[in-house]
Design a protein around this ligand. Structure first.
Ligand SMILES: [Zn+2]
Length: 498
């Protein structure tokens, strides 16, 4: 049984922001006493949140982030990352926060700090690192965002202002309110964007924490150079890339180098931990994990673990969020979403769906979809005053009932009806052995016996990644060679069935 898919509270539309209402109310109260002292600068600042509220916000968001992204299943790796993070948090101005450090199961290159001390690194960013000190530099930087309360002030600015943050690439203005249900509110904390000043301050703080914890601060320079290079479209990632949330300050590398020069002599060097770190990376999943479901080029969604497939319209934009899969029409006026529903009987689930808050609909019709027991219904709802019309199909497959919703503003429904119907009727058992057996690619750490060009390395260690991608993972500049005898990363695995 797939853990991530089983954690879905309920199919269909949860009320917009239901989780946030108490939070916003308490923010309103806090406006009365809005002055707090910044723990890092000691200066008073306008923050609409007490430390207790900050921690409560993080505690509320953490389970949603864990469910939405998935925690990477490798206890030894989790403990390793947590150990480094906690050591540095103890060196920070706020050692008493309920610090938590987790590796999330996402191929995107990024790291996140959620108010209250909840820090996440993706397995995608780990794959781009080459030493323990580089990991410490990223964790230290994220700790800095928390200790300096950047995440709190971004939150107050971007979310406290009643904005529900959504990835603009995906959600149309027209459907934003309605589609808020696509992304949990806690999850949206991961889309907060810092200012360049925040970035500079976090670099500075991170540098101090890593150096106090005994790491070589020079590794931060390499790490940020790599992050600057690595940002590109992330295949199957659920969150934005590093540069989308952490804008690159001007002269970042020089500024870090200047800071290092100001450190006491014995703090300008320290542990690098390359060999130990590379050993930890051996076997790490790399790229999209097909076990959690993946889209083919033709927009067919395949889920190997749950053995089903759904055909989304081929030119729609799709997103795979573990708990939900969704597609948006090119005109950005219709959405199809798929999620697990709670319940056993499709007809009963459909009845509950049309009876839920804000939704009205016809009595469900029992039917069959590609040989599976199912129920259909039509519904109407309202999204911030826009009337919405949609179709819902609930399908029983294995031990689960899957819910498929297709909807559009009332005025666009007719134009999208054929596409919505086609997708909802396409749910089927997956029988292709190549899909059912699909596995993620993995990092394999090797030690080339001789010095090798990038092309020679790619030939000597063939796999699904190109020579350029391997060079990026191994932090080599154009034309740079793989040194003899040093651990290097190759990628092993099969291309996904298309
Ligand atoms: Zn940052």
């Amino acid at each position: 049984m797939d853990r991530a898919w089983s954690g879905v509270p309920r199919s269909g539309m949860r009320g917009r922001d239901s989780m946030w209402r108490p939070q916003l109310a308490s923010l309103g109260l806090a406006l009365l006493c809005a002055c707090a002292t910044n723990p890092v600068t000691g200066r008073p600042e306008l923050v609409f949140m007490s430390e207790a509220q900050e921690i409560a916000l993080g505690r509320q968001a953490a389970p949603e982030i864990a469910a939405g992204m998935g925690i990477y299943e490798d206890d030894a790796l989790q403990r390793y990352v947590e150990g480094i993070g906690l050591r540095m948090a103890q060196e920070s101005e706020r050692p008493g926060l309920p610090w938590q450090f987790l590796v999330v199961d996402d191929p995107t290159v990024n790291a996140f700090a959620v108010p209250g001390g909840f820090i996440y690194v993706t397995r995608g960013i780990l794959a781009h690192m080459s030493s323990e000190a580089e990991l410490a530099s990223v964790l230290g930087h994220e700790i800095g965002h928390v200790t300096a309360r950047h995440s709190v002030s971004q939150y107050t600015k971007q979310m406290g202002a009643q904005l529900v943050l959504l990835p603009t690439v995906f959600l149309p203005a027209e459907l934003q309110g309605f589609s808020g249900a696509l992304l949990g509110s806690g999850f949206q904390l991961l889309f907060l964007k810092y200012s360049r000043d925040d970035e500079r301050q976090s670099d500075e703080l991170g540098l101090a924490y890593m150096s106090r914890a005994g790491y070589d601060p020079n590794e931060m320079v390499d790490m940020f150079r790599t992050l600057g290079r690595s940002s590109r479209s992330s295949g199957g990632g659920r969150v934005p890339e590093w540069l989308a949330t952490h804008p690159n300050p001007e002269n970042r590398e020089e500024m870090i180098q200047q800071r290092i020069a100001l450190l006491p002599v014995d703090a300008r060097s320290g542990t690098v931990g390359r060999a130990a770190f590379m050993q930890r990376l051996d076997g790490l999943a790399y790229g999209e994990d097909p076990r959690q479901g993946f889209f083919s080029e033709a927009n067919v969604f395949h889920h190997p673990e749950l053995a089903f497939r759904v055909e989304f319209p081929s030119d729609w934009k799709t997103v795979n969020q573990r708990q939900r899969v969704a597609a948006l029409s090119p005109e950005q006026d219709a959405v199809i979403q798929l999620s697990l529903a709670e319940g056993d009987d499709p007809e009963e689930v459909a009845r509950q769906f049309v009876a839920s808050d804000g939704v009205s609909g016809a009595a469900p019709q029992r039917t069959s979809v590609n040989g599976l027991v199912a129920a259909n219904t039509e519904f109407t709802a309202s999204a911030d005053g826009t009337p919405i019309r949609g179709l819902a199909t609930f399908v029983k497959h294995g031990d689960h009932v899957f819910g498929l919703l297709g909807y559009a503003p009332q005025s666009k429904f007719g134009a999208r009806l054929t596409a919505l119907r086609g997708a909802l009727a396409s749910f089927a058992r997956e029988t292709d052995p190549a899909v059912l057996g699909a596995q993620p690619w993995r990092i394999d750490v090797v030690s080339p016996e001789r010095r090798m060009s990038q092309a020679a390395f790619a030939r000597a260690y063939p796999g699904p990644a190109s020579a350029d991608e391997l060079a990026l993972l191994n932090q080599l500049d154009a034309g740079e060679f793989y040194p003899a005898g040093a651990p290097a990363k190759r990628i092993v695995g099969q291309a996904l069935p298309r």
